[in-house]
Structure formats: C-alpha cells, structure tokens
Design a protein around this ligand. Structure first.
Ligand code: NAD
Length: 298
C-alpha cells in the first residue's frame, strides 16, 4: 500500500522501517532532517511537508509526541491549515501517538465531518517492540476502519486489539501506562531498599522475578544499571521511553480520573515521582532512570 508516515522519532522510525520491510511504499515526513535521511536510506520516499507526504497515500500514520502536536498537524494551528483539509483522496487516517481521549475525539469528529475514517491506535511494547515488529496496537474507531487497518498494523505489531469507538484506544493505553508507571517506580523502590540493605541488585532481581513481585518492569526493563544486558539502564538511560513521555501519560491518567470521578492514589504518586524526576533534569532520559531518585545519597 501507499503509506504516508509522519513522525520519525524513537518509535516512528523503526515502525516505518517495518512497513518498508513488509513491501509497502512509504513516504515519510519529520521536522528532523536526519530522521528522514535515515529512512530514505532504507528505501522510503521523503517529502518536504506532511501534506506532500500524503499526496498519493491510501493510509496516513502519525506518531507524534503529544496532543498539541497531533492537533496542530491535523487541525492546524492558526498560522497553517490542518492536514485533514488536504486529504482529498480520503485515505484511512491512523494516529498511533499517546494523547488524551478528548483530543483524539476532537480530531476524530473533524475527520468524520470531512468524510474521513480516523482511528486512534496507541501502542505498547516500547522501542524493542517497535524494532522487532511486535508492538501491541490498541485501536479505537469504527469496526470497518479497524479491519481496513489490520493488515497495515500487522506489519508493525503482533497483537492488534479493538477497544471500542474513537478515543477508546487512548483510554486503554492510558490505564496500561499508569500501571506501568506504578510498577516501574515500585520496582526501583524495592531494588534500592535491597541494595541499601546489602543485597546484590542482580541476585535480588532474579529472586523477585521468580517470586510474587515479578512484573514487566522487572522482567524485561530492569531499572538498575548493569543487571540486564541491553536495557536502557545499562546504556546510561539513553533513548528508550523518555521520562517526560511517562510524566505526560501519568498526567493524562490524572485528567481521565478527574473526569471519570475515579480514585487513582497509586497513579497520583507515580505522576508526582516522574514529574519530580523530570524537574530534576531527567526528562530526556529513559523513564527507568526513576531509579536515580531512590539512589540519592549513596
Ligand atoms: P519522539 O519524541 O522520539 O519522536 C517524535 C517525533 O515526532 C520526533 O522525531 C519529532 O521531530 C516529530 N514531530 C513532532 N512534531 C512533528 C510534526 N508536526 N510533523 C512531523 N514530525 C513531527 O517520541 P517517541 O518516543 O517516538 O513517541 C511517540 C509517541 O509514542 C508518544 O506519544 C509516546 O508517548 C508514544 N509511545 C512511546 C513509546 C516509547 O517507548 N518511546 C512507547 C509507546 C508509546
């Protein structure tokens, strides 16, 4: 298929590369020149604007940092018109970014008003999953659009879920990431307690993995440097899933909780921890660097 891919960051670049590997014709756009050059080297076409990238597209995929970027891209920002107004060919539009369900519904309604099918399809699985093509896609939108998107998403992911109408994908993703934030900070806390009490972090990790404290953060994303080969912690927390993005997702969970009149005490703790960690200068480090908060004073 002819696919336009907008947003070639930590996640978008490997996702676009997998679409190329699956034989799709991919035209890319990002604000960062080097990101486009890299994909061009792997066989993509590149464009000078998002609009140009979408000219012949049957499917448009965006993978941007936050809601402001997605609203700016599709609806415009006052200075420039939105991309939705330029999609005369009526491609299927899929936004894979993690943003608020309300912002998603705003874009979805604007798309529907123009006769476009719009899906929110946030992902889980991190950069490792993006590279391996094993992401989980959590899709919101009409059933027909979901079925149309499925073969394209299967080139980038292993588990493709339909959560409900537009916005439902974001709700499910936000719940998942709130739990991840809680699990990562809890894991860092337990490791720091064990190490400060004389245990080896690798030995303690192995024990907890095989015991009832085992969880995704501990099993595949250990936050203690040197315990797990290839982890973000073992490369000075460079790349990965940024602290600022986790703080954003926990903020989205907080907004969702206010609206739903739901109580999220553990999510609130995690939000404050990641916000504090970001304010101390770690926003651009992988989120597992939350371990540093617990290592202070060593
Ligand atoms: P990133 O910051 O690495 O990449 C975002 C890219 O979007 C950048 O290359 C930036 O230049 C580009 N961009 C911003 N505005 C643009 C515009 N108007 N037009 C074109 N390009 C634009 O972020 P990421 O880690 O790739 O994450 C993207 C989304 O996926 C976020 O919503 C994040 O929460 C979510 N997510 C990330 C991970 C992860 O492990 N990194 C995992 C799951 C979900």
């Amino acid at each position: 298929m002819n696919i336009a891919f907008i947003g070639l960051g930590n996640m978008g670049s490997p996702m676009a590369a997998n679409l190329l590997s699956a034989g799709h014709d991919v035209c890319v756009f990002d604000l960062v020149e080097a990101a486009m050059a890299d994909l061009e080297g792997q066989g993509a076409r590149r464009a000078d604007s998002a609009e140009a990238a979408c000219r012949d597209a049957e499917v448009v995929i965006s993978m941007l940092p936050a809601g402001a970027h997605v609203l700016g891209l599709y609806l415009g920002d006052g200075a420039s018109p939105g991309l939705l107004d330029a999609l005369a060919q009526k491609p299927l539009v899929i936004d894979a970014s993690t943003i608020s369900p309300d912002e998603t519904r705003r874009v979805g309604e604007a798309a529907a008003a123009r006769g476009l099918t719009y899906l929110d399809a946030p992902v889980s699985g991190g950069i490792g999953g993006a590279k391996a093509g094993t992401l989980t896609f959590i899709v919101g939108g009409k059933e027909a659009g979901f079925e149309q998107a499925r073969p394209v998403l299967e080139a980038m992911g292993k588990n493709i879920f339909h959560a409900g109408e537009v916005g439902a994908g974001q709700v499910a993703k936000i719940c998942n990431n709130m739990l991840l934030g809680i699990l990562m900070s809890g894991t860092a806390e337990a490791l720091a307690l064990g190490v400060k009490s004389g245990l080896d972090p690798a030995v303690l990790s192995e024990i907890m993995k095989q015991s009832s404290g085992g969880n995704w953060a501990l099993n595949v994303y250990n936050p203690w440097p040197g315990v797990m080969e290839g982890s973000a912690a073992s490369r000075d927390y460079q790349g990965g899933f940024l602290t600022d993005l986790m703080a954003k997702d926990l903020g989205l969970a907080w907004e969702l909780a206010l609206k739903a009149r739901a109580s999220v005490p553990m999510g609130s703790q995690a939000r404050n921890l990641f916000a504090l960690h970001s304010a101390q200068g770690s926003g651009r480090l992988d989120f597992s660097s939350i371990q540093w908060l617990y290592r202070a004073g060593e």
